[in-house]
Design a binder for this molecule. Structure first.
Ligand code: NDP
Ligand SMILES: O=C1O[C@H](COP(=O)(O)O)[C@@H](O)[C@H](O)[C@H]1O
Length: 500
């Protein structure tokens, strides 16, 4: 297998007529094509249930790219690589036509038997598709075979274990690329670089100098049309088990001895292993749940979660989670990592705030008052960048201090929830780089941690639900979680990179 930046491969997308493929995958592949990151030696087979021709499928891809990017440069060259295969996956016998098409395309585009199978399908199909791919001979080629798998990877630890064992009958761990799209975000990837490429941060990155770390990922949107899925998932499984814990792992891990996939993953795994476990009756001391009621979003009156489509009138599902994580290792003992995420909050924003400890005394002006703490803010989205909050002398004759912000704004190319993350991840997969995908060990530990919380929440109804207004920053209890430790959530709007 050649390891190049523009590898040849046949990409089979299961769920090619679906929402994810339309909104994220085709625009991402087009970006890669236009930037020359995939060579002419590629082909895509779109698999769906609908009775589409190649021409209909190509028109669908053309429209998706246009809607997402507005760009059409060399679109005909791009879509000519796309082929449609109708295949009802509930019937195992229907793979033979797909096998034949794969072999023809392999020869036509000289793909060297390299195959990527992207499962953009409901998770109940994951196990059977992988089994059928193997038994029907689609993985029997001389090139690489890689499986890209979407979330959710299970519903809890037992179901994830079952799914994993099923998949592992056909694909080995190093052939499996489990997507966590936050790992494809530019500034999430930057966490490691900020930490390990700057002499000024790493020496301070521990419990001697950091008082607490806050990770917020808030959304303005409500549950939209995903009520059926979300009712069974809630914010804990939807966001905390994967994206939030992955960000915490990147913030807390030890420097890897090398920047290889294995070394980085094993450092992240060590963090997840060090997460302080709690007993059932302690869950309430560490975690807070919320559900949005009616309110205002972007100037419009909006309904509460319980009024959304496919949501129970008395739903006990959380749309907001705030938590305090303790990492019981030498570096982080005593430093709380606060996380919060929710739907229908005041703004769409993902930010990390690293709050440094106060200096021992204030020599300046109001000497009995503490100075504003130093903060390092990592702006993940919608703006991308970092801000360092410092104190300097106020101009003039008095020795007064004033807080200032040193700002770096990364040129965010596309704004929020763009194909950007998927573009990077698809390219990584084509190059065989699994660093920004989640290893089974990470998935397993994350589920084990989250299951402890959901076991308690599922047993007890929250009689306060709905307990936060749409358009707010969540329930009051989330503020109390920090207040009892003497902290507060840094208001995300005041931290904006643009305001500096
Ligand atoms: N949409 C999103 O933003 C995100 C989605 N995901 C995950 O991606 C996956 C796909 O989601 P999404 O695209 O939204 O789902 P959709 O419901 O939009 O699409 C489902 C796809 O599966 C196909 N399909 C369903 N049943 C069969 C069958 N028996 N045989 C063959 N094909 C079938 C459908 O084909 P047809 O239409 O022809 O019936 C369609 O292409 C899920 O795991 C989801 O959790 C993850 C993150 C974000
Ligand atoms: O995985 C998911 O992420 C999105 C939020 O992603 P972002 O890139 O827009 O921050 C969330 O809306 C969705 O519920 C969840 O499944």
């Amino acid at each position: 297998m050649k390891n190049t930046d523009t590898p040849s491969s046949l990409i089979t997308i299961f769920g090619a007529t679906g929402d994810l493929a339309k909104r994220k995958l085709y625009p991402s592949l087009y970006h890669l094509f236009r930037k020359g990151k995939i060579s002419e030696q590629f082909a895509v087979i779109g698999v769906g249930r609908r009775d589409w021709s190649n021409e209909e499928f190509q028109e669908h891809v053309r429209t998706s790219v246009h809607n997402a990017l507005g760009s059409q440069e060399n679109i005909e060259g791009f879509v000519s690589h796309f082929y449609y295969q109708q295949n009802d996956l509930s019937n195992s016998d229907s793979y033979q036509a797909q096998k034949q098409l794969s072999e023809e395309l392999d020869e036509h585009y000289q793909l060297e038997g390299n195959r990527i199978f992207y499962l953009a399908m409901a998770p109940e199909f994951f196990g059977t598709i992988t089994e059928d791919l193997k038994t029907q001979g689609l993985t029997d080629t001389k090139g690489f075979q890689r499986l890209v798998i979407e979330k959710p990877f299970g519903h809890d630890l037992p179901s994830a274990e079952q799914l994993n064992s099923h998949i592992r009958e056909s694909f080995s761990e190093d052939q499996i690329y489990r997507i966590d799209h936050y790992l494809g975000k530019e500034m999430v990837q930057n966490i490691e670089v900020i930490r390990f490429a700057n002499a000024m941060f790493e020496p301070l990155w521990n419990n001697r100098y950091i008082s607490n770390i806050q990770v917020t990922s808030s959304e303005e949107l409500g549950v939209e049309e995903r009520g059926r899925y979300y009712e069974k998932s809630g914010a804990l499984r939807d966001m905390v088990q994967n994206h939030m814990l992955q960000m915490v792992a990147l913030l807390a891990m030890e420097p890897p001895i090398k920047l290889t996939t294995e070394e980085i993953r094993s450092e992240k795994v060590r963090v997840l292993r060090a997460l302080r476990p709690f007993k059932q009756d302690e869950v309430k001391d560490y975690f807070v749940r919320g559900q949005y009621g009616p309110g205002t979003s972007k100037g419009q009156t909006v309904v509460g979660y319980r009024e959304a489509e496919n949501v129970d009138d008395y739903s006990n599902t959380e749309t907001f989670v705030a938590g305090k994580l303790m990492i019981d290792n030498f570096r982080w003992a005593g430093v709380p990592f606060y996380i919060r995420t929710g739907k229908r909050m005041a703004a769409k924003s993902t930010k990390i705030v690293i709050q440094f400890k106060d200096i021992p005394m204030n020599l300046y002006y109001n000497t009995d008052k503490p100075l504003a703490p130093n903060l390092l803010v990592i702006h993940i989205q919608p703006e991308e960048g970092i801000t360092l909050h410092l104190n300097v002398k106020k101009s003039g004759q008095n020795i007064e201090t004033t807080p200032v912000k040193l700002n770096f704004a990364n040129n965010s190319v596309d704004g929020m929830n763009t194909p950007e993350a998927y573009e990077k991840l698809l390219h990584d997969c084509m190059r065989g780089d699994a660093t920004n995908f989640t290893h089974w060990d990470e998935v397993k530990l994350s589920w084990a941690f989250v299951d402890k919380i959901s076991e308690v929440w599922e047993k007890t109804r929250d009689e306060q639900f709905p307990n936060y207004e749409s358009g707010s920053m969540g329930p009051k209890a989330a503020d109390n979680l920090l207040a009892k430790d003497g902290y507060y959530w840094w208001p995300i709007a005041n931290l904006d990179v643009d305001q500096c």
